[in-house]
Design a protein around this ligand. Structure first.
Ligand SMILES: *[C@@H]1O[C@H](CO)[C@@H](O)[C@H](O)[C@H]1NC(C)=O
Ligand SMILES: *[C@@H]1O[C@H](CO)[C@@H](O)[C@H](O)[C@H]1NC(C)=O
Ligand SMILES: *[C@@H]1O[C@H](CO)[C@@H](O)[C@H](O)[C@H]1NC(C)=O
Length: 449
């Protein structure tokens, strides 16, 4: 007990007071459709606190975190500012995306109190936080039951909301790779993960995850949150000018862990070897060094964005090799820094984030070097990158900079000017609405024949 618990309580109260749905104004809001909301109306399902806010109160004891996770839930999931008075920079943890998303939806302009008028239904279920005991704690041997309590609620309390479209119009955020929720329910205890996305109860809903599986089932990937959450256009513009003007003194950068020289061949190890060789003769004199290796082993960078953002601002290319899973938050940190991403497999981004990083422009802002070429055929990353003409590098950087607003999650209650710029949340919502629409249309065809 003590400070952490107090912090959690304060946080809970804050969230509650900001729930527009709970004010009398919203309750008595007219049932008519606000102008411009046709096809965009979202109903937020009222869930008991055990499925969302209640999960926050134990934040000081979340397994497997050794430190108090409450810091990262504050400011509605943005986390605490990186330093007192910091306007745009927070210590953001990807797990808190569920809280951040919920908060953004609460100020979504086309909310519908009446579910029967809604085009989609949002489940404010903090699924990754609810999954922690199944992944790391006392429920580790009951992984196939993750979510059954939610399904029971949805089909008992106002069951007509679910039944209207058999859940096909429902969506939620799961702030982890889908892999963590897609274990065979027959395999209990599982090797890893819960079965939320494998059980028939949830086959129909749309899950926004940080990484999707190779074949799209019910999930779609959305960007990992970075630490940058500007409140207004001026803050965004200041950052973009800094990114544009920053001198790039390293050809490439890798920020991450793994790949120790003693490990078996893998792309992180190849990167480490190339960085240590520091073959400065291979680059033109505008760069001071070939590679900047920011060692983030043991999670030291996780909540310290300054450790990698500053070096990223000074590199032309940011290497984004797969790790435990193909995707990384670092991809988005790098884009935010105007650092051109270098991918080693399509599963790292191209086949994941199609809503935010569209396929037709993919090669204009990124480089793809197949990892097999590097690991087994001796292809040097440096050789590939230094052959790209300087003008082309500049063009790619400009393209990366263009992506910044699309991959960032701006601050809730941003200024009207910034709110007019579509950010990662806006694009995710728009795309989810379209996906649900086409899914419902698809379902109608066979039934009307
Ligand atoms: C889970 O099951 C394994 C054996 O199947 C057992 O050793 C372990 O103690 C169980 N864990 C919990 C938290 O029940
Ligand atoms: C999922 O949708 C199908 C029809 O599209 C329906 O038969 C099934 O009952 C739905 N599942 C749930 C859990 O609602
Ligand atoms: C790489 O070599 C350059 C030039 O010799 C040197 O200035 C720089 O410090 C070296 N960098 C590393 C990381 O060893």
């Amino acid at each position: 007990m003590g400070r952490a618990t107090d912090a959690a309580t304060v946080l809970l109260l804050l969230l509650f007071t900001l729930l527009p749905g709970r004010t009398t104004d919203a309750r008595s809001a007219p049932r008519s459709i606000p102008l411009g909301c046709t096809g965009r109306r979202i109903h937020i399902r009222d869930l008991p606190p055990a499925f969302n806010l209640g999960l926050l109160s134990s934040c000081s004891d979340y397994a497997p975190f050794l430190e108090d996770f409450c810091h990262y839930l504050s400011d509605h999931g943005l986390g605490r500012p990186t330093r007192p008075g910091s306007v745009s920079w927070h210590r953001t943890d990807p797990l808190a995306l569920e809280v951040l998303f919920h908060r953004r939806l609460l100020s979504y302009p086309c909310l519908s109190r009446d579910p029967s008028l809604a085009d989609a239904v949002f489940l404010p279920y903090y699924s990754s936080l609810a999954a922690l005991p199944y992944l790391y704690g006392s429920l580790i041997n009951s992984s196939s039951s993750h979510g059954l309590d939610l399904f029971e609620f949805l089909t008992r309390d106002s069951p007509e909301v679910w039944r209207r479209h058999d859940g096909h119009d429902h969506f939620l955020v799961m702030a982890r790779p889908a892999w963590d929720f897609s274990q065979d329910p027959e395999m209990d205890p599982p090797l890893w993960g819960t079965s939320f996305l494998e059980i028939p109860e949830f086959r129909n809903l749309t899950a926004l995850t940080l990484e999707s599986r190779t074949w799209p089932w019910q999930e779609h990937a959305i960007p990992y949150p970075t630490s940058f959450h500007p409140p207004d256009l001026a803050a965004l513009d200041r950052w973009v000018s800094r990114v544009r003007l920053s001198p790039r003194t390293s050809l490439m950068l890798f920020a991450g862990g793994g790949g120790s020289i003693g490990s078996s061949p893998n792309v992180r190890r190849s990167i480490r070897l190339e960085c240590e060789a520091n073959a400065t003769d291979a680059i033109d004199e505008s760069y001071e060094r070939v590679c900047n290796f920011v060692d983030c082993s043991n999670g030291i960078c996780e909540h310290e964005p300054v450790l990698y953002m500053k070096p990223m601002l000074k590199a032309s290319f940011c290497l984004q090799p797969p790790g435990d899973t193909p995707t990384r938050r670092s991809t988005f940190d790098g884009i935010l820094a105007g650092c051109i991403p270098v991918f080693f497999e399509d599963q790292s981004a191209r086949s994941q984030y199609g809503w935010h990083l569209t396929d037709d422009e993919f090669d204009e802002f990124s480089v793809t070097i197949p990892k097999e070429e590097v690991v087994f055929k001796g292809l040097k990353i440096t050789d590939v990158l230094r052959k790209i003409p300087r003008e082309k590098v500049e063009k790619m950087k400009e393209k990366v900079i263009e992506l910044i607003p699309r991959i960032m999650y701006r601050k809730h209650e941003s200024s009207a000017g910034l709110a007019a710029v579509k950010d990662a949340f806006d694009i995710a919502i728009e795309s989810t609405l379209l996906r649900i629409k086409s899914r419902l249309e698809g379902l109608k065809i066979p039934s009307s024949q």
